[in-house]
Design a protein around this ligand. Sequence first.
Ligand code: T1G
Length: 699
Amino acid sequence: MTAEYQVHGDVAVITLNNPPVNGLGLDTRRGIVDGLERAQADAAVKAIVVTGAGGAFSGGADIKEFGTEKSLQEPNLHSVISAVENCAKPVVAAIHGVCMGGGLELALGCHYRIAAPGCSVALPEVKLGLLPGAGGTQRLPRVVGVEAALNMIVSGEPVKSEFIGAVPGQKLFDRMAASPESLPEEALAFARSVAEARPLPLVRNLPCKHPEGDAYFQFARNMVKGMAKNFPAPAKCVDAVEAATRRKFADGLQYERELFINLMWTPESRALRHLFFAERAASKIPDVPSDTPKRDIKKVGVIGAGTMGGGISMNFLNAGIPVTILEMKQEALDRGIATIRKNYEAQVKKGKLKEDKYQQRMALLSTTLSYDDLKDCDLIIEAVFEELGVKEAVFRQLDQVAKPGAILASNTSTLDVDRIAAFTRRPQDVVGMHFFSPANVMKLLEVVRGKATAKDVLATVMAIAKKIRKTAVVSGVCDGFIGNRMIERYSQQAGFLLDEGCTPSQVDKAIERFGFAMGPFRMGDLAGNDIGWAIRKRRYVEKPDMKYSKTADLLCEMGRFGQKTGAGWYDYAPGKRDAIPSPMVEKMVEEHRKALGIAPRKISDEEIVQRLVYSLVNEGAKILEEGIASKAGDIDMVYLTGYGFPIHRGGPMHYASEVGLFNVVQAMKRFARNPLDDARAWEPAPLLARLAAEGKAFA
Ligand code: T1G
């Protein structure tokens, strides 16, 4: 059983022991009920303590069980909590570390609660698109008050034990232990002190009212509506807590259960649960054991003080890691440092960064014009001009001066990391670290694994990525790695849609209604249309059979690179970022269509969204098949954290699985018959075709 039973004198102790977070899986639930029965059958036992092994009381229901047979098997969590409440002997929850979700609900079902200082409690179900489903919305308001409870439930955020609000006379913890270390003994003593107490207190019997019920819950609904645009769960949290103030406990519990089960099957909850595991899985590299020794990164060198080099440097400064920035000219260094200062000062001005923290970070920053000053760096990241010759010069220099064991990383966004590694005598120490602009803001980091990249280098980079709060995803070497390779197909489709009858704003609005933060044309104007232009020029040489709309080239030939030139696909008022549909661009597109003899047709939002999203899916399936990405969830993480894919859709690969891969392939077949499209681009990747034929989803 993953719940151990021991008797200490006249107190039975049930210890949840289901690593890593004592998830309340079926086996653990059975263990608790079994322990309660044994304790009640043992006359020598006067009271019972429930506690958690390791660093947590419990991280809640076992999310891995959701949707499986086990999650439906008795005893479910409700039954476990009822068994605790109906126990003839007092049950004391001894709480330390993490106590969240079903774990907190279990503790709320106990007669008493003793907590160690520093423990944190939360009902985070809303972050999984759910609401507390084992009485949390009914019991928590009874011990911390309606408003404090609703805030915790709608935010899902943990609250430290020291800050638990308390309604006078009611409180979440009956007793605070002196320390986590003394909790076990103090819990036994506390249990003995209440062993004869009768009647046993039940949270469910406490009153639950809000003085201005209607007005308060209306206010709560308005607040929630604004914050939860695409997610149904927060509003249901309000409904459930309101029920706690209006209905008998048993009715409120039943109502909560109904809401919970409905939410469990929503696509939004399925997406969030998928992403919960995908985010954690992304940090695991199939052939690199998690206990692989990591190199110590005490000092970082960054080559290039431009936008990327400055942003990259800030990540390490923010994590308290000293950085030396190398540039070729003093004025470039001065410009780069000035930009870093400006970024920090803007944060200080907004109250997001304290002045002393800003100064501490700047004190970790040094600059140099000499490679020699990088010789004691443990990790050196180059962020120089995206041209192989320039990278070659940098890496040959680094190979001369960097100390043995230093990790040499390239921030390249498309170049071949294997070729870059070959400029050194230490290819095993070379890796790609592709940050996304602005590098100090975007969470995504593509870790590009070269053929020779050593496993401990990968393990080190993944660990340092976590330290600088990046979502790191490992990519193999190919043109564009994961994100940019897929976005090229997406941009190709966006161009075809213009040729066939759409305007830039029609395409952008359709995909933004689907949930993207920004459509392809607004994104091009933000990033710079000249970046895609350079890639297409390269492509026209490397892959002459690749088909593109010419509109993007025509736009660049007009000098309309986007916001940086004050005009792109859209017009912009001076100094403003608001995208204004451009009659000049729409005229250019129309004239281009005429020149091609294309009669524009009305294209539905559905077709726009399908062609843009499925183009990502098909390329993603090829990336999976080639082993460039090791998991479909990794591709989803790339698109969520680097390209603004809507969270409530779970990422392109998860979304395709939800739509049904058979349906995706059927749509692709339709698109392939469009003579103005690129039929080859719609040939399903063999992996996608196979899964679709077998009625399967991406793993
Ligand atoms: N179920 C299953 N596995 C879980 C889990 C859970 N609840 N929580 C964590 N894990 C796994 C995670 O996948 C990872 O696995 C490992 O534990 C370490 O996680 C009825 C229905 C607890 C604060 O939402 O917030 O109760 O990758 O890297 O940074 O109302 O995990 O090692 O194989 O995050 O120390 C509600 C979610 C469930 C809590 C620990 N509970 N977890 O953070 O470690 S729904 C949650 C967390 C529920 C009831 C409802 C965090 C943590 P692997 P980690 P961490």
